[in-house]
Write a protein that binds this ligand. Structure first.
Ligand SMILES: NC(=O)c1ccc[n+]([C@@H]2O[C@H](COP(=O)([O-])OP(=O)(O)OC[C@H]3O[C@@H](n4cnc5c(N)ncnc54)[C@H](OP(=O)(O)O)[C@@H]3O)[C@@H](O)[C@H]2O)c1
Length: 252
């Protein structure tokens, strides 16, 4: 077990990719806390993880909520050795919109969830991170490839990717490595949170799948494998870097 005895906090650990990552970290011996808003899925995820991760309710777009969640996580776990920032994704109907129609409200909601919350999640975790900790930010292939209708999401995720470089440089004195995991299409509940009909969701998923050279979507478990590598000492010389896990969309 690569992560035996390690402590971890996974934001968005109650759903989709974050849950897949928490499950893999637990399988590798880590224990910790999963953060989300939905109490039902938080409790369920905690049970599904066999008690290795405790649920913690927190809205990552509220800075006071983040401060309190990390203070509590530290009380429970002691210094945090792995931080995975997976909370993000959809904000309802404003998630996918033609550029000309994006209004200030949906711009703010998208950047608040996908960029600003990532920035402040790491900042508010910082006092409780162990020296030598591994921080993993979840970006997206949308930071690398154009997807019409996703201008604000893509810009936010590009911001997340570049944040890993600057934070790694600033935190080098404490040997904290900040790396990025950029998934391609992974079938998770995110697609049901964009305000589309079932048919539109199904068309969107097949449109994304059609462009994947490997011919299938990725799984939360596969994202867990990549995150566990970045969390472990196997990646000890990798810093400010990115793993694109997308079945070949960006590079092939
Ligand atoms: N699925 C994909 O194809 C794909 C591709 C590239 C990148 N990504 C990225 O991967 C990450 C996870 O996405 P997913 O597909 O797993 O989506 P998901 O199943 O919808 O999960 C999103 C997670 O974020 C949490 N979250 C959202 N808003 C929050 C808030 N304000 N405060 C606290 N938690 C919040 C959700 O918890 P609650 O339900 O409790 O709010 C949930 O646990 C996102 O950053 C997304 O952009 C996904």
């Amino acid at each position: 077990m690569k992560l035996a005895g390690k402590t971890a906090v996974v934001t968005g650990g109650n759903s989709g990719i974050g849950f897949g990552i928490a499950r893999k970290l637990a399988a590798e011996g880590a224990t910790g806390v999963i953060i989300g808003r939905n109490e039902v899925t938080l409790e369920q995820a905690g049970r599904d993880l066999g008690g290795a991760f405790l649920p913690s309710r927190c809205d990552v777009t509220h800075i006071e909520s983040l401060k309190s969640a990390f203070r509590k996580a530290n009380d429970t776990l002691g210094p945090i050795e792995i931080l995975v920032v997976a909370a993000g994704g959809a904000v309802g109907p404003g998630t996918v919109q033609p550029f000309a129609e994006v209004d200030e409200e949906s711009f703010d909601a998208m950047t608040e969830l996908n960029l600003k919350s990532t920035f402040f999640t790491v900042q508010k975790a910082l006092p409780y991170l162990a020296d030598g900790a591994s921080v993993i930010l979840v970006s997206s292939i949308a930071a690398h490839k154009a997807f019409p209708g996703m201008s604000v999401y893509s810009a936010s995720k590009a911001g997340v990717r570049t944040l890993a470089r600057t934070l790694s440089a600033e935190l080098m004195g404490r040997r904290i490595r900040v790396n990025v995991l950029s998934p391609g299409t992974v079938d998770t509940p995110v697609f049901d949170k964009m305000g589309f009909t079932d048919t539109e969701v199904s068309n969107m998923k097949s449109g994304f799948k059609d462009i994947i050279p490997m011919g299938r979507a990725g799984t939360p478990e596969e994202m867990g494998g990549a995150a566990a590598f970045l969390a472990s000492s196997d990646s000890s010389f990798i810093v400010g870097e990115e793993i694109v896990a997308d079945g070949g969309v960006v590079n092939l």
